[in-house]
Write a protein of this length. Structure first.
Length: 206
């Protein structure tokens, strides 16, 4: 778990520390040195992940571009169409964007993980990076399941709409929150909110 210190003592934090939006990022070794010092507040920073389709984006319009193209659904060529079709078609879900911004403002590290296949994936990554101000290297394709990646990233919290988002997060030891899927989504499978006793984010359809 990474730690942050809010600035409390002028001149205390030097050299080894990196300022991040008003907080000071440090290492566990430095934490040991500083915990006894008064006026330094330790704030735990969490690794927070978001799914893409029906979580950050209402992306049915991008998928429709794939289905309407002359490609076999879910083939390499299909994904090549879908993954370049978010700009101008997919709609950012404002309720989930707000959650992401709240985490950013708290100094948390944001990851985005999609189960899409990665063909032409750089276009989707650049789009998401720009829309949500998330570093491109924090955006991942995990078509074979998200659990291992979440373990590697030491994910603390994951937001997703699909049953597999919840179970993958739980398998990785993370807290999972269910995002509501729009009734207008073309995808209707793997959606049983509350099935695993997970908290559901109300009013997160859009
Ligand atoms: Mg999804």
């Amino acid at each position: 778990m990474k730690k942050f210190f809010r600035r409390g003592l002028e001149g205390l934090v030097l050299g080894t520390l990196i300022f991040v939006s008003g907080c000071v990022k440090t290492t566990p070794a430095v934490v040991e040195e500083l915990v006894d010092v008064q006026d330094v507040q330790v704030v735990e920073v969490q690794n927070v992940g978001f799914d893409v389709d029906d979580t950050l984006l209402f992306s049915t319009p991008a998928f429709m571009k794939g289905f309407e193209s002359d490609t076999r659904p879910f083939s390499k060529e299909f994904w090549e169409v879908v993954n370049v079709s978010d700009p101008g078609n997919s709609i950012v879900k404002k309720s989930v964007e707000k959650i992401l911004i709240d985490h950013q403002e708290a100094g948390d590290v944001i990851y985005i993980i999609t189960a899409r296949k990665p063909y032409n994936g750089h276009v989707m990554k650049e789009y998401l990076s720009e829309e949500f101000s998330v570093p491109i290297e924090n955006i991942y394709f995990a078509p074979d399941g998200k659990t291992e990646l979440m373990i590697d990233l030491e994910m603390d919290i994951f937001y997703g709409d699909a049953d597999t988002d919840i179970t993958d997060a739980y398998d990785a030891g993370a807290i999972a929150y269910r995002i509501e899927r729009s009734t207008e989504s073309s995808y209707t499978e793997k959606y049983n909110p509350g099935k695993y006793g997970e908290p559901i984010i109300e009013n997160s359809e859009w």
